[in-house]
Design a protein around this ligand. Structure first.
Ligand SMILES: *Cc1c(COP(=O)(O)O)cnc(C)c1O
Length: 423
């Protein structure tokens, strides 16, 4: 089941949208199918992957971690070394290139924590496209470093003030924009979810991760026992697993956000949690954290990228069929995994990816010593300093923030003069 059948993965997926979105979705689907058969498109994508994204990313043998954990050989796929620091650029570049081919000049995207917004803004800067990022007003306020990066790349960040002013409202706003401007505009959706054909498109552009792993393991004679990825919407996981889905082996394991506990509002466990239900939300059928009336329930995770209420339909189907196993990783175990790999391997995991790291730490002894566990490090952790520093060294961090404010306020008259000059 590596591709959908009429947009469905078993009972999940589909295209549950208002009539106005049928045309852009149909147009996108046929343009995508044509592009993937066009050698000049594939060649251009391959060149950008090599020269701009920095592919292929290394498959790193974590020797010290392997010795310390005393089980399987631990390998880490270093997606965090991709330009912009995470796997999201694989999808952003692919879709922006497709949009250009379709003659679109304007790109819109939704973003929650800001990572997908940053990747899309960078891709648009590289390819010379106008970029508008819809972001909930609440997220704009708490994710300023990413907003600053998007603006540096030349994107316009549009703060969404409807509803809860977070990710799902940003998605609604982007859909609305797309419905009325699709002649000039492509909507770059950020994960392997949403109405068909987005789950197929995003998986296809992310499957470069799994294809590389397959090749790297074959070249080096690595026998894979298990592969582990973190799961937000599911794009890094499905891209990493994709070439292995139709085989019985290796074990494929998705790590969801276990947050601070099993109760409603304490986690974002769509596959393992007790608040999970089947539903149709934002254009597709899948498993969601919603109540009986289909209203979204609050979610929680220390990692900003794993707290969406839904999961991609293909992962939901593969979880139900048993091909992919799911586990929930608590915040504290993810933090411990960040320290473990930083201290023992010199590799700083993003908090999201550290959920996969923590799952691998738990799994290591279950897998034979001559087999490998491959962890997808979906991103690097530099971006998390505002979350990890207050946990690991709170007093110093508070002092630093106070000092920064003082420093900036003492320079305020300089900034004021500068902005006057500019006017
Ligand atoms: C956004 C993000 C995720 C979660 O998104 P998926 O679509 O589930 O991959 C995971 N890791 C990092 C580093 C991210 O930025």
């Amino acid at each position: 089941m590596s591709e959908s059948i009429d947009g469905f993965f078993d009972q999940y997926g589909g295209r549950y949208v208002a009539e106005v979105l049928s045309r852009p979705l149909n147009e996108l689907e046929s343009a995508f199918r044509q592009a993937m058969k066009d050698q000049s498109f594939l060649d251009e994508l391959a060149t950008i992957r090599r020269d701009y994204i920095g592919r292929e990313t290394p498959l790193y043998f974590a020797k010290t971690a392997t010795e310390l954990l005393g089980g399987a050989q631990i390998y880490i796929k270093l997606e965090g070394l991709a330009n912009t620091g995470a796997h999201k650029i694989n999808n952003a570049i692919g879709q922006c290139l497709l949009a250009k081919r379709m003659g679109k000049t304007r790109i819109i995207a939704e973003t929650g924590a800001g990572q997908h917004g940053v990747a899309t803004a960078a891709a648009c800067a590289k390819l010379g496209l106008e970029c508008i990022v819809y972001m909930g007003e609440v997220d704009v306020r708490r994710q300023q470093p990413n907003v600053a990066a998007m603006e540096l790349y030349g994107a316009k960040v549009h703060a969404v003030t409807s509803g809860s002013r977070t990710l799902k409202d940003a998605v609604n706003e982007a859909m609305r924009d797309w419905a009325s401007h699709f002649d000039t505009t492509h909507y770059v959706l950020g994960s392997a979810l949403g109405p068909s054909p987005f789950p197929d498109i995003v998986r296809t552009f992310q499957s470069v991760i799994g294809e590389e792993v397959k090749k790297q393991c074959a070249e080096r004679g690595i026998d894979i026992g298990a592969m582990v990825a973190c799961v937000g919407g599911g794009s890094n996981a499905i891209g990493f697993f994709s070439p292995f889905i139709d085989q019985k082996e290796p074990r494929l394991i998705g790590a969801e956000a276990g947050g601070i506990g099993p109760d409603i509002g304490q986690n974002a466990s769509r596959m393992t949690g007790n608040a999970s239900r089947q539903g149709i939300v934002q254009g597709y059928k899948s498993r969601f954290l919603i109540d009986e009336d289909g209203q979204s329930l609050p979610t929680r995770s220390i990692s900003a990228g794993l707290d969406y209420m839904g999961i991609g339909p293909q992962l939901a189907a593969l979880g139900s069929s048993g091909r992919i196993e799911f586990t929930a990783i608590r915040d504290k175990d993810a933090l411990e995994a960040v320290s473990f790999f930083a201290k023992n391997e010199g590799i700083l995991f993003a908090l999201e990816s550290a959920h996969a790291g923590a799952a691998a730490i738990k799994l290591a002894k279950e897998i034979q010593k001559d087999k490998a566990i491959i962890i997808n490090m979906s991103g690097r952790g530099d971006k998390d300093v505002f979350i990890t520093s207050p946990v690991f060294r709170p007093a110093e961090w508070i002092q630093f923030l106070h000092a920064e404010i003082e420093r900036l306020e003492s320079q305020k008259d300089i900034h004021d003069a500068k902005s006057m000059e500019a006017q």
